[in-house]
Design a protein around this ligand. Sequence first.
Ligand code: PAF
Length: 281
Amino acid sequence: MKVFKTVDSLRKWRSDLSPEKTLGLVPTMGALHEGHLSLIRRSRDENDFCLATIFVNPTQFDRKEDLESYPNSLETDLQMLKESGCHAVFVPTSEDIYENKIASDSFDFDGLDKVMEGRYRKGHFDGVATIVRKLFLLTQPDRAYFGEKDFQQLQIIKKMVRAEKLSVEIIPCEIFREEDGLAMSSRNRRLDVQQRKEASLLYKTLKQSRELLKKGVGFEIIHNMADEAFQSNPILKLEYFEIAEIDTLATALIYDPSKKYRAFIAAFAGPVRLIDNIALN
Ligand code: PAF
């Protein structure tokens, strides 16, 4: 596996690839887990070359503490990528990516960034779109793979790709879960034993909301159920529970069977912020 640490070396490798060969890109912030590796394997199987990137992008963090405590395990990450059959990895520095101005560009996401994560993490999606666009322009992938755990991010990236007329195909990949249902996340390794045990409540709540909807229970009652589940939990603090239509991400008030919905959740376990979502119908 090739490891590129500079934009120039990556650019050279990319320009030497034959135009008939396809390239799959898996952007990550490192601290890799099985969920990431499933994207790598899929990208490797569906393309001639698989390129991963590891870059903890400063512009998408709204809380300094979150950026500073973001887990870093580069040596293990490189080993895991190699064992998963990844062909190359790009590990740039902030200076190389942002030169001397660490700042986001601004985008119009048509309201997709005004709800849920966007409401609670100011500027987060401008930061994500800034780095993802830079990576797309630099690496010119045929396909790029993103996990559905960050479903709002996925919709925003699709929107940016359409708006910018980029030719990359965005491939959504299913959420990978631990045995108790907790969505895999780099942040999970920051949970203490008690927090880790309680963290499965996020998925339990999502699953219960899907079961209730199947039984014909209305969105408002499902919301109340989610609030109650967290009120009685001393370890987790619910930030939001939302049911939204998948294309617009607008909050759903009344069930319309012709539409597709997902339930979204964010909660704190101490300082660690966890998110998850589920398809409802
Ligand atoms: O989902 C992530 O890990 C990040 O938001 C991404 C897409 C790698 C951009 O920094």
